[in-house]
Structure formats: C-alpha cells, structure tokens
Design a protein around this ligand. Sequence first.
Ligand code: NDP
Ligand code: N5H
Length: 257
Amino acid sequence: MGHLVEGKNIVIMGVASERSIAWGITSSLHKAGANLIFTYRQERSYKKLTKLLEKHDIEAQLVVSCDVASDESITSAFNTIKDEIGTIHGVVHSVAFANRDELQGEYADTSRDGFLLAQEISAYSLVAVTKAAKELMTEGGSIVTQTYLGAERVIQNYNVMGVAKASLEASVRYLAEDMGKYGIRVNAVSAGPIRTLSAKGVSGFNEKMGVIEEKAPLRKNVDQDQVGDATLFFMSELSRGITGEVLHVDSGYHIIG
Ligand code: NDP
Ligand code: N5H
C-alpha cells in the first residue's frame, strides 16, 4: 500500500485523540504517501494532534481551525488551505455531535434544539464542507464520511444520532450525484463500535461491543486501523468506479438478522 495516495493532498477533520477514527485514518493515509492537512475545533484537540504528529513522526502540511457549526469558520479554513496548499484531492469528514442526555431513553423525547444540533454538526456539515472543498478539487477527488448502522435500523440509545446519520447517508447519495460531473466521489464508511472519546460515557456502549463478539460473522470488534484502510481505499484510485456508497466495516454484523 506504499504509494496508493502518493502526493495527494488530503484534509482530515476530526482528530481529538489517539483513539479517534480520524487518527486511524491518518496512519493509513500517511503510510500510503499522502500529504496531510488537519482541521480541529477545540484547542484541546489541537494540542493532542500536535503531540501525536510529533510522536509518530508525521509532518502535517497544515493544521487549521474549523468549527463546522459556522459557515464563516468553514470558509475561512478552506480559504487558508487554498492559499497555503492550492489543489486538494481528498477530504475525510469524521465529526459528529449530539447532546449526551439525548443519546439514551426514548427518541420521542428529543428536543427541537437537540434534533437540529445533531443534524447541523453531524449531517449538514458534510454538505457545507463538500461545497467548500469542491473549489479546491480542481483535479477531481474523493470525500469520505463516517456513519453507523443506527442510520439504517433502530439501535437502542443511538436515537437522535441515528436520524442524523440517516440524513448524512442520504446526503452522501445526493452529493455523489452533484459532484460526479466534477470527478469528485462521495462515500461513507459505516464502522462497528470503537471506543473513542465520543463513545466514552454514552449508555450501552460496552454492551454493543459484546454483541459484536458474539454475533458478528468475524466474532471480533473492528478497530481504527481497519476503518483507516477502508478509507484509504476510498481515497485511492482502487475505488475509482465507486460513489454514493456506504461500506460497512463492522466484522459483517449488518448482515445478521
Ligand atoms: P472522536 O470523539 O474521536 O471524534 C469526534 C470529533 O468530532 C472530534 O474530533 C470533535 O472535535 C469533532 N467535532 C464535534 N463537533 C465539531 C464541530 N462543531 N466542528 C468541528 N469538529 C467537531 O470520536 P470518533 O472518532 O468515534 O468519531 C468520528 C466519527 O465516527 C463520527 O462521525 C462518529 O459518529 C463516527 N462513528 C463512530 C463510531 C464509534 O463507535 N466510535 C462508530 C461509527 C461511526 P473537537 O473535540 O475538537 O470538538
Ligand atoms: C448505540 C450506540 C451507543 C449510544 C450512542 C452513542 C452516540 C455517539 C455519537 C455522538 C457523536 C457522541 C457525542 O456527541 C458525545 C457528546 O455529547 C459528549 N462528548 C464530547 O463532547 C467529546 C469530548 C467530544 C470529543 O465528542 C464530540 N463528538 O465532539 C452507538 C455506539 C455503539 C457507536 C458509536 C459511538 C457511534 C458514533 O456515531 O460515534
């Protein structure tokens, strides 16, 4: 896999810690020769990222702040990327957010604000980022987001995030149609449960991991590196015929009834 994305400029959004799915993706893309640009929201994530890059001897082309809740922040981030880097070939979207108290109990209790917040950060952000990134993808490109099975089925506690991921997956299809004519592909990876900062403290997470070990065809949980390699596939020319797809990296769990 040494040269699958050699020389490609790829933006990675959503590294918050060494456990982040976006960090697994960073490892895979780095090993495959990509030039990496990072965006972060919280200062804490910026510090983590800087330390991680140093520890793993990875040189970022650029690290820029981007809060996907704000159009100005997205515009400013991609303008900086345009000025400093120029053409980009890929974007990894690995961000989501919902109020913790709405990731338990009944979905019917979801507040209007909580619903809109989850949609804004976890689904609309892909639309806004795609629009901004398209201007820099003058040689075509690949956009990959992260989703979860709770978009397709009712999974206890996922609630408002399940509805946001359904919206995200539908956006992947509509965006794939729009972007196809510019040579830009848009896909999603649907990962099984992985212990990350986001997953920390959410109700029922441990049980979900246990079920995978018991019921998934491969009888084990997935990890960040497996998602990283699948994302690398989507970033590379190996997937050149694929767009609008949701690829499950979940030990096969989604096929089990
Ligand atoms: P992490 O907590 O590591 O990453 C979540 C990221 O979202 C953080 O980097 C956070 O940045 C970012 N984020 C939240 N709000 C904003 C915002 N307004 N603007 C910019 N960035 C924001 O968790 P994961 O790696 O688990 O999550 C990454 C993606 O993977 C999410 O889309 C998640 O739904 C998806 N996923 C996760 C699974 C799992 O089991 N972990 C399974 C399937 C999908 P900051 O901290 O700086 O705010
Ligand atoms: C069925 C499950 C378990 C229950 C639901 C979990 C949903 C998690 C997704 C969201 C993104 C988590 C979230 O927004 C947490 C925040 O309220 C609080 N956390 C934070 O603010 C931390 C510090 C920052 C870094 O997090 C974010 N997001 O900014 C699903 C699980 C089996 C799989 C899973 C965990 C899926 C997923 O989408 O992440």
